[in-house]
Write a protein that binds this ligand. Structure first.
Ligand SMILES: *Cc1c(COP(=O)(O)O)cnc(C)c1O
Length: 365
């Protein structure tokens, strides 16, 4: 019997997540060098030097299993966030927490309300359990349409994803809008608020999601060490939940889902506020620069509270920029063929992007 016929239908019908291309692959394919990658919202300043030093030191202990409870990291993070240690769950990236939520709560027939366009992993983890994503289109200004999301919640809704700030648009919502949404949210829906970019947020009325996770049973806030902390390659993220929800995810996870080096580096990165601040400063300056230069070249940009910008360039700019050695994220797959997502780089990388766009205009290519 064909193997295909024995695969779970909901897995057979999945399309694999398309990550940003690694620099090495692009350079090999195009026969170019010195390209810049502004495609995966990584930290352009690299990892915290303190994390790298801690990693070096921990190298000769990798024959030992990690601490399955991530005790030191848990203790430190709980203190930093002002939450109980029993509220924290760690994962192999925030991605794993999305998967654990799906595994813990979803069965075929269940519905999950999510914003769209948003993080591409949400529908993947939902469909992976045979459940049904209910995507709610963003508003005209590319932000969450929270009233429409509230209306989309029905009896079958087990889980709701919010992404604040939203990837790939960079837009965010504030406390007042959030409270309006919560007033409509039934108790029965588990609420997952993905805050992968929270450390970059500049608006002062950003929602107090952690306070909500303490107060509302069935609430989890997701965060990651991949973005501002610069540890994307090590894979560590975490959730802040009410203790009961945290305890179910603890049951569902693998015992050593966060590796030893990731635990060590995350702990060191957490203690390097100077690196985080430099990253924030670089990001704010980059957003300001690109928000000035891109419209001057005729490209619309949207306000961003994250470390990337949504840009309307016109069609085929992903390929055009690739030929100039600038890797960005195409958004065709979201039904946005004229838009790209650009991660904020170093000042030099941001200038490379602008120069490449200028050349494209000059060459009429
Ligand atoms: C990057 C990202 C994540 C995943 O981060 P990892 O910790 O690297 O798995 C989750 N959600 C959003 C919105 C992201 O952009």
């Amino acid at each position: 019997m064909a193997l295909e016929r024995r695969v779970n239908p909901h897995i057979l019908n999945l399309e694999a997540y398309q990550p940003g291309k690694p620099i090495e692959e692009v350079e090999r394919e195009l026969g170019i060098s010195c390209s810049v990658k502004l495609a995966s919202n990584e930290n352009p300043l690299g990892p915290s030097p303190k994390a790298v030093a801690a990693l070096r030191e921990a190298g000769d202990q990798i024959s030992r299993y990690p601490d399955g409870a991530s005790y030191e990291l848990r203790e430190q993070l709980a203190q930093c966030l002002g939450v109980g240690q029993e509220q924290l769950v760690f994962g192999c990236g925030a991605d794993e927490l999305l998967e654990l939520l799906a595994k813990t709560f979803l069965s075929p027939g269940d519905e999950v309300v999510l914003p769209w366009p948003s993080f591409a992993m949400y529908p993947i983890v939902v469909k992976g359990m045979g459940a049904t994503p209910v995507p709610v289109p963003l508003s005209a200004d590319m932000a969450h349409d929270l009233p429409a999301m509230a209306r989309a919640i029905g009896e079958r809704t087990k889980l709701v994803f919010l992404c604040n700030p939203n990837n790939p648009t960079g837009t965010s919502f504030g406390q007042r809008e959030f409270e309006g949404f919560l007033a409509e949210l039934p108790e029965t829906a588990v609420l997952a608020i993905d805050e992968a970019y929270v450390e970059f947020v500049r608006r002062s009325d950003f929602p107090h999601s952690i306070a909500l996770a303490k107060r509302r049973p069935g609430t989890i806030v997701l965060r990651t060490f991949s973005k501002i902390y610069g540890l994307a390659g090590l894979r560590v993220g975490y959730g802040i939940a009410d203790p009961e929800l945290a305890s179910y995810l603890e049951r569902a996870r693998h015992p050593f889902n966060v590796n030893r080096l990731a635990e060590v580096a995350a702990l060191a990165a957490l203690g390097d506020e100077e690196h985080a601040q430099r990253t924030r400063d670089n990001n704010a300056a980059g957003i300001e620069f690109l928000t000035r230069e891109l419209p001057a070249l005729g490209h619309d940009v949207w306000p961003s509270d994250a470390n990337f910008l949504l840009v309307r360039t016109g069609a085929d700019y992903y390929e055009k920029l690739l030929r100039k050695g600038v890797i960005v994220r195409p958004l065709r797959g979201f039904g946005l063929p004229e838009h790209i997502r650009v991660s904020i780089g170093t000042p030099e990388e941001n200038e490379r992007l602008i120069k490449a766009l200028q050349q494209i205009v000059e060459e009429g290519s």
